[in-house]
Ligand binder design. Structure first.
Ligand code: ADP
Length: 386
């Protein structure tokens, strides 16, 4: 706020000329700081001048003839006047301090204490405090605007994605119907086309589901449906499902956990599904994909290992970020770069960890660990086996 010439410009609203002269004198003696005093004698003119905002700070006398400095102060604030204000009071009037602060003054001083050093300090602090306050307000306003924009964006995406789901669900119904009709008519080519159509519809559905999920996660709106479930059973189910989608790869399980976990069974299944489908997509030459299960006193760990091309070291740190895709990977492999971000977020929501180990040319292992359900922690494995 202090102006370019390093003058601090003070607007004084004071009916008594002698006090104006006194204040000028006091401020002119302040070392290392130059003050320029603008003076208004009458409250109406004072208010108009305040609203011109050509000064750094305003000093208002409590008694302005018949008028009250407090009323002037309130009026100025109600017009959006945003500079600091210090109220000047006569001797013995120090009981009005609270009134003055409530009306919007930043500080007050009794005139018999008017002395350079003190006044200079009050002015400087009031200006700096006001600046900090305005900066805080500005940051808060910006944050509110950002939050609102984000919420609108999330709402918009969610609306678009929901709208897309309806026709896609119908399409899926029609493609299946068509497949059955072709089957009845013994039309093998038609059946094949309908099956491919169905596959593409499934891909679209999963892209849309990923977009919905990431949107919910970013808006902190993803709800988990918690239950206790058998982890090995879930892994077995998911592996069997995914095995049906590939003839090229053989999915092999090593180890068991005999663990009960507490969490959203479907969502944890989604994590494993994402890792397995990635292994299939990005390691097409890998004959086996190994799912290793392990358990310690606190947690279970599942690792999905492929023997594909691997991920360059410098890119490994980014693969869990939304929309990130490793550079140099064949462009024929489609995807939005959301699967791992969703997996990471789901694991984090279950208070677990997810990580990647990979050597270029040798393969990739994605692992995640999840805490055991509370009643199983620290119990020897045999007692909880079933
Ligand atoms: P998407 O598969 O949709 O691109 P993901 O978030 O699942 O998104 O994966 C991000 C990127 O990480 C992929 O684009 C791919 O480049 C790389 N990636 C994931 N899994 C593997 C893997 N098993 N082997 C090599 N690269 C992988």
């Amino acid at each position: 706020m202090p102006t370019k010439t390093q003058h601090t410009i003070v607007l004084l609203i004071e009916d008594d000329e002698e006090d104006y002269i006194l204040l000028q004198k006091v401020l002119s003696k302040v070392p290392h700081q130059r003050y320029k005093v603008l003076w208004e004698q009458r409250p109406e003119r004072g208010l108009a001048h305040m609203l011109m905002e050509d000064h750094d700070i305003c000093l208002v006398d409590f008694r302005l003839g018949a008028a009250s400095g407090i009323d002037l102060l309130k009026e100025a604030r109600s017009h959006g006047y945003n500079h600091p204000i210090i109220m000047l009071t006569g001797a013995g009037e120090d009981n009005i301090d609270i009134q003055a602060l409530q009306a919007g003054a930043d500080d007050y001083i009794t005139k018999d204490l008017l002395q350079g050093e003190l006044l200079h300090r009050l002015i400087r602090y009031a200006i700096e405090r006001k600046k900090a306050e305005q900066e805080r307000d500005r940051l808060q306003r910006e944050q509110i605007i950002r939050d609102e924009r984000e919420a609108r964006r999330n709402e918009f995406i969610s609306m678009v994605v929901h709208e897309l789901k309806t026709p896609i669900t119908s399409l899926k119904g029609y493609s299946q119907l068509l497949g059955k009709r072709c089957e009845r008519m013994g039309d093998a080519q038609g059946m094949n086309l309908a099956a491919r159509m169905d596959q593409q519809v499934n891909r679209l559905t999963s892209l849309i589901d990923d977009l919905l999920d990431i949107n919910r996660m970013e808006g902190d709106k993803l709800r988990l449906r918690e239950s206790d479930f058998d982890f090995d059973e879930l892994v077995e189910e998911i592996m069997a499902d995914i095995q049906l989608t590939t003839e090229q790869h053989s999915l092999v399980r090593e180890g068991e956990t005999h663990a009960t976990l507490r969490g959203d069974r479907e969502r944890i299944g989604q994590v494993l599904t994402n890792l397995l489908t990635n292994a299939i997509k990005y390691a097409p030459e890998s004959e086996t994909i190994v799912v290793k299960l392990a358990r310690d006193e606190q947690s279970v760990t599942a690792s999905v290992q492929d023997f594909g091309p691997g991920i360059p070291k410098e890119q490994q740190a980014y693969v869990f970020e939304p929309f990130y895709r490793v550079e140099g990977v064949e462009t024929s492999v489609s995807g939005l770069g959301l699967g791992l971000a969703i997996a990471a977020s789901l694991v984090e929501r279950h208070r677990g960890k997810i990580w990647v180990e990979s050597e270029e040319g040798e393969g990739t292992t994605f692992s995640f660990s999840l805490p055991l359900a509370a009643q199983q922690v620290d119990q020897p494995m045999l007692e909880v086996g079933r």
